[in-house]
Design a binder for this molecule. Sequence first.
Ligand code: HEM
Length: 169
Amino acid sequence: MNYLMMTLRVIHIFAGIFWVGGTLIMTFFVGPTIGATAEAGQKFAGHLMSRMKYSQRMAAAAGLTLLAGAILFWIDSDGFTSAWLSSGAGKGFSIGAGFAIIGFGTGIMIGRTIKAMGQLGAQFQGKPTPEQAAQMQALAKKQTQYTNITAAVLIFAVLFMAIARYLVF
Ligand code: HEM
């Protein structure tokens, strides 16, 4: 039995489920609920980000998925040298990996934007000034854009990971 491949696949798939699942639930359910529930939503979001360390835990899951995926890729391609690279499966896993790496990058941008929103929110003394409110709105818009891009590219990453093995080019 190939225990190394089994271990890497378990880490890769579990961490991938956690990362992509968390991102999709956030994009389609939690984010819109926070937006629709005003002050209660802000309180919920604050707890989710600071106490539950949502961003850090997502980053850890994403990092594990990428790391285990990169090692699997290295093994499957014999250190980027084998014919597997130009096979349907090799190309499919490469495209999927590409989408996942873009999602990792935009995920980092989400984390930075959330941090900037937290820092701006901490400067409010009671009601935000019109300038602060405008800044917050601009940050929220940016965050929505990054979140949508991340969800879209991760959906494509999963799609290619799921079908790669069966592709014939
Ligand atoms: C969104 C993130 C990702 C998810 C959800 C994901 C999910 C999966 C799943 C479910 C499989 C099993 C497919 C099968 O056995 O047919 C798989 C295999 C694989 N993934 Fe990913 N993956 C992701 C990102 C990546 C990245 C970034 C890389 C490379 C850097 C990668 C490289 C691979 C490789 C090489 C395999 C084949 C492993 C084997 O030979 O059994 N994956 N992935």
